[in-house]
Design a binder for this molecule. Structure first.
Ligand code: 5AD
Ligand code: SF4
Length: 433
């Protein structure tokens, strides 16, 4: 009888990439992805601890496992991904297997042992050697590092994923070359602080060297990377970004706060001025540069004035998109230990709303600049009912346009006729396909 699995993924692109590797390991072990209403043998939760809400949703699912086991005595529930030690202890009570994603290569051994399995940390990482089961046929997720050394005061990642481990350039370039040969058009290099990557085997081979070598791979494709840390941008990297044709002219450059005292409390190692200097240089040198940012609202002790500083800087930098999060206490982090989460939820919500309203304006203003231009778009979605395609420009703006045909995985030229807050409306250049 076929053994079946399902994976529920929470969180960021890194977790989506982890799930591609989990699927690959399970399929090698003979499991098949469960179809709707099919008997389920394995349910895997790939958790995210960045905010409490995603963890709470997993707790909410634990009640169902007894019923699923009754229906199918072979049923097993597994949890992995970003899990804080405190949650791990609680998960042991409800899950058959709780394992560290770094030990993915051992999942099969775990599956055939009696549960629950206690995980242990290991230093080496075979994780990168696992060939993923890519979920998308033209845009691939390629992790280049794992974990983080920065210890921002609010952040769970260094505790859930551990310290940064870098993948070798040889491995990364090999995976990228294979993907391009297989017809992939977009490579997403992933890392918690992707720009701090350095080759573990080659001295002085840094992130910019990796980008330069990937650029040399023949073929028509785009490269994106998420998410960099502002202090990793030096002249060499910015100069290269101004010349490259394959690395995209878009970045998610997290600011987190527009107030120096809050940045310091967050253990972000830059000042607002340092951030502005890098951003202005990118805006000046990189053609059609587009960016988004991350902001945390209501971090411990954030005063009205400090929020206003964030609001002012946000207006000044004018991002096209922003991921605005209300601060959520993470157990075990420095902020949880030494500061008070004393900004009322009501205030966090108000500030969130204010900044989101500002984002609608900055988004629209930035998109307005594209009207009347003919832009190259990589199509990623076809809405058959609406007869519409959706895709992204090289600088990561979403474009929607009418098309009778499914143009997914194709580069097409689209004339932009209208700007909305978070997307562009275009008209396909018919001669072009
Ligand atoms: N509360 C709210 N937002 C957070 N982020 C990280 N940790 C927290 C937290 N404890 C946000 C940051 C980061 C993004 C991935 O998630 O803005 O850049
Ligand atoms: Fe978390 Fe800071 Fe590392 Fe980003 S840089 S993963 S926010 S600790």
């Amino acid at each position: 009888m076929i053994k079946t699995y399902n994976i529920i993924t929470f969180g960021c692109a890194m977790n989506r990439s982890d799930s591609e590797r989990i699927a690959a390991v399970l399929e090698v072990a003979g499991y098949k992805k469960a179809k709707q209403n099919q008997r389920l043998d394995l349910l895997v939760f790939n958790a995210c601890s960045v905010r409490q809400s995603a963890i709470d949703r997993i707790y909410g699912q634990m009640g169902k496992f007894a019923y699923l086991k009754k229906k199918n005595p072979k049923f097993k529930a597994i949890v992995t991904g970003c899990i804080l030690p405190k949650d791990k202890q609680k998960f042991f009570k409800g899950f058959d297997i709780v394992f560290n994603i770094k030990e993915l290569d051992k999942l099969i051994n775990f599956l055939f042992k009696e549960a629950p399995i206690k995980q242990s940390y290991q230093t080496g990482i075979k994780y990168f050697k696992i060939k993923p089961k890519y979920q998308n046929k033209f845009s691939a997720l390629v992790p280049i590092s794992f974990g983080c050394n920065r210890f921002c005061a609010y952040c769970a990642v260094p505790y859930t994923r551990g310290l940064e481990i870098n993948r070798s350039s040889k491995d990364i370039i090999k995976e990228t070359k294979d993907l391009i040969i297989d017809g992939y058009k977009e490579i997403n290099l992933l890392g918690q602080t992707v720009s701090s990557w350095k080759d573990p085997n080659k001295k002085n081979y840094k992130f910019v060297n990796l980008l330069k070598d990937i650029e040399k791979i023949p073929g028509k494709f785009w490269i994106r990377f998420h998410s960099p840390y502002v202090l990793d941008f030096n002249d060499e990297l910015i100069d290269f970004l101004s010349k490259t044709k394959k690395i995209n002219n878009y970045l998610n450059l997290p600011l987190q706060s527009g107030d120096d005292a809050i940045l310091k409390k967050m253990n972000r190692k830059y000042t607002v001025n340092q951030y502005l200097k890098v951003l202005n240089s990118l805006k000046k040198k990189v053609e059609d540069f587009n960016f988004s940012t991350d902001i945390i609202i209501g971090f411990c002790g954030e005063t009205k004035k400090q929020f206003q500083n964030t609001f002012k800087i946000f207006k000044k930098i004018s991002p096209t998109m922003a991921y605005i999060a209300k601060y959520s206490v993470r157990p075990g982090t420095v902020a949880q230990k030494i500061f008070k989460d004393n900004v009322l939820l009501k205030i966090k919500k108000q500030r969130h709303k204010q900044l989101t309203n500002l984002l609608r304006k900055t988004g629209k203003e930035n998109n307005q600049k594209e009207v009347d231009k003919i832009l190259e778009v990589l199509v990623d979605t076809w809405l058959s009912k609406e007869k519409e395609c959706l895709g992204k420009t090289r600088n990561f703006k979403t474009v929607r346009f009418k098309s009778n045909k499914d143009l997914c995985n194709k580069f097409v030229n689209v004339r932009i006729i209208k700007a909305r807050e978070f997307e562009l409306i275009g008209k396909l250049n018919e001669n072009d396909i």
